[in-house]
Design a protein around this ligand. Structure first.
Ligand SMILES: [Zn+2]
Length: 380
């Protein structure tokens, strides 16, 4: 039994973009999709009702590393799994924990068996293995699990990137084997996606994708992006593997990107994306609009009665002015984060809906040209 089933409903004749439906045990997701990030089993500032009813989010991402460290996956399992714990009825994707181990934790030691690391909270020692991270994610009850991977920093040598990528492939095989055993006789459906690595070397990316395709997984992720590399390079890495990853499975670009980049990833065959940018930037005072970015603390918004984005239909934009939001931001009020996050997430979801509509209407290539022109004008 497949944990998730992917159905392509329309394809762009000029680019690699496609629109699809991803069937999960917790609902059907229209793709391409942007997944809001709920690091600590919460998208900071938003309730389940905001996300589900107001924003229409159908899938969230939660962080395996953080929930393993606190409150602990066993506690969440005892309390009925992550869906019940955070009162979320739609789909959940969990990352492998690899990225946080490599970016957050202090001392860490990689071996063939996995990675030993210290908690960033109290320095206590822990180990993630390809098998244990599957067990943690199953305890959480995630719909889509990620296989443990090594996310090398940027830049690294070709030699190290190859060694690391080959280890990631071996880990993915072990994770896959363990996952299949755990799924035997299981009543609930789950999917495990392996992650393509290979740093910024297209040959290694291709080699990795070819090896992972043999696992016949329900979907594939492209990891190791947004680690400080120039943006065109991230897109090139996605391009390198698009032809290799099976077209009847969803492809997930992890941790990308800026609003104008979303269509670029979709144009390269990506179906799923996640990023902390809309929520984190909202809290820091950066608001994304259909006419570019707003920095809400600027004095020019002091008496600006317009909404953040006149074209936006979100809760915040239909009620509140820039002047009010600026006042809340300057006063350090909690409501600011709530309203700003609501808008920024809506902006990302709206962009993805627009992209999907364009693919289905056979006008995505024009859409992409407009996005490129607008971002060139904004930059220039
Ligand atoms: Zn809005």
């Amino acid at each position: 039994m497949r944990g998730v089933k992917f159905e392509v409903v329309a394809e762009c004749p000029e680019t690699r973009a496609r629109a699809g439906l991803l069937h999960t045990p917790h609902g059907v997701i229209e793709t391409p999709v942007f997944m809001p990030v709920g690091t600590q089993a919460t998208v900071k500032g938003l309730s389940e009702r905001d996300l589900d009813e107001d924003l229409g989010a159908r899938i969230l991402l939660a962080n395996t590393y953080h929930l393993y460290i606190r409150p602990g996956h066993e506690l969440i399992r005892k309390l009925g799994g992550l869906h019940r714990f955070m009162a979320w009825k739609n789909a959940i994707l969990t990352d492998s924990g690899g990225f946080q181990v490599f970016s957050l934790s202090g001392l860490r030691k990689i071996s063939e068996h996995g990675v030993v690391f210290q908690s960033h909270l109290d320095g206590s020692p822990h180990q993630f293995t390809p098998q244990s991270t599957v067990d943690v994610q199953l305890a959480l009850g995630s719909d889509i699990l990620m296989a443990l991977d090594e996310c090398p920093e940027y830049p690294v040598s070709h030699e190290y990137a190859r060694e690391s990528m080959q280890r990631t492939v071996r880990w993915a095989r072990q994770a896959d084997e363990h996952f299949r055993k755990r799924m035997e006789g299981s009543k609930t459906g789950h999917a495990l996606f392996p992650i393509v690595q290979g740093s910024m070397f297209p040959d290694l990316r291709r080699e990795c994708a070819q090896a992972l395709v043999e696992l016949d997984a329900d979907g594939y992720a492209v990891g190791g992006l947004s680690v400080g590399e120039p943006r065109p390079l991230s897109l090139e890495m996605v391009e390198a593997t698009e032809q290799i990853l099976p077209s009847d499975r969803p492809r997930y670009a992890m941790g990308v990107g800026m609003p104008a980049e979303l269509a670029e990833y979709v144009a390269r065959g990506i179906d799923m994306m996640d990023c902390v940018l809309p929520s984190r930037n909202a809290r820091n005072g950066y608001l994304f609009t259909s006419a570019g970015r707003i920095i809400i603390k600027h004095a020019r918004y002091r008496d600006d009665e317009r909404p953040i984005d006149e074209k936006c239909k979100c809760y915040t934009c239909t009620r509140y002015s820039r002047a009010y939001l600026r006042h809340l931001f300057q006063s350090g009020e909690i409501l600011y984060a709530v309203l700003a996050t609501r808008h920024n997430i809506r902006r990302y979801l709206d962009i993805m809906h627009g992209i999907r509509r364009a693919i289905i209407a056979n006008s995505f290539a024009d859409y992409l040209r407009c996005v490129r022109q607008a971002s060139a004008e904004e930059a220039g």
